[in-house]
Design a protein around this ligand. Sequence first.
Ligand code: GLN
Length: 484
Amino acid sequence: MELLERSLVDVADAVRKGQVSALDLAEAAIARIERDDTGSHLDFDPARTRAMARAVDEKRARGQALGALAGVPLGLKDVLCTKDARTTCASKILDGYRPPYDATAVARLRAADAVFTGKLNMDEFAMGSSNENSAYGVVKNPWDPTRVPGGSSGGSAAAVAAGLALGTLGTDTGGSIRQPAALCGVVGVKPTYGRVSRYGLVAFASSLDQIGTFAADVRGAARLLEVIAGHDPRDSTSVARPIDEWVAACGTDVAGLRLGVPREYFEEGLDADVRASIGAAIESLRGLGCTIVPVEMPHTKYAVATYYVVATAECSSNLARFDGVRYATRVDSKDLESMYGETRDRGFGAEVKRRILLGTYVLSAGYYDAYYSKAQKVRTLIRRDFDRAFEQVDAIVGPTSPSVAWPLGAKVADPLQMYLADVYTLPASLAGLPGVSVPAQPGASGLPIGLQIVTPAWSEARMFSLAHAFEQVSPAKGLRPRRA
Ligand code: GLN
């Protein structure tokens, strides 16, 4: 079997045993990325990738033990700081920016002997659901190049689907890992808020942002998360909890688990082929011995509005730092005030500006109570929907996205339609809960569909166990897009 068709965990273990060389893996990835036309890589430097791979092989040759990701070609969403590659957040305002340090998650991958393929395309500052908000071009869905890959981690999802890397990191603020994973037919994991350090992650909405993982299979995504999770003194919201053995949780029995199916997730707005696929997925979980329990999540209908108040408020504050003084792009002008204005006007794209304006508005003195504080209260109600559901069930299951990947350009003129694509991923984000998208039976058009599994905070082990159990019986198992 071709190296990049093998599973991430098996490849890492083979490199550790000396059965596969990191350089051979790197060459396989480089050859594919050179032929690639998805647009997933923003920064690709074969010399850097080869040097990392050689260092891993040399370490083994010296008799040193290799880490848990030995030789594994991995791509990084371009919102993560990397000391040896530029970090642009797919924005013109950070064109050519080179951070002087690595994000903690990136440093942990290096320490585990991973090899980086490069930096991956995304929606500008992680704002979007289709990757069309990148200042550096769209990403094409590997299953159908006329369609979007989802977003905002579109490059991360497409790179795994296209077999350019065995795993990737993304970030999920409101669905940006789970939704593109669903649309590209790969596994995408957003851990519990606080699991992974956000140090070195360029902030979008700090109370929601989490780094997470993509791989072709559940075990691969679990192995990656084991490496990047854990407390970091540099992020006060990262939590000192023991890291469960998540790869080991894959394969544990799920019989007897109670799975909640929210009535509200199957109302209007859900496409027929997604409804059928997720219905079949739930039946196969029943077949594995799980008990299916209808639950009510009555505040689901407020999730989109709540998220777009909270997230825009936080982004308007976080993005204030891009002022032409400290980072990358500066547009010189007649005085300081107009330098700030012109830098931000030329540096930010339309969606980022829309969000800064919205966020500034909802935080402004006259409207704070009407919007921002109201949204915080509704956020609590959404969290309580989950608390109440988890009194009866062990996990919530449903669709990740209401539709399959849509044609490029179809929603760019209609931000509300774009925002509605996140209706099933936003609630878990607002509640800070872990969620995974696992490929389910494809739609009528053969396009991928994802089953979302959400578990209580810090219950990633149960989430991986369920995801892995479903993966084994899913009709999508082993399906891959046609390779270039
Ligand atoms: N699509 C959502 C948005 O546009 C979520 C983005 C994300 O999770 N980073 O904000």
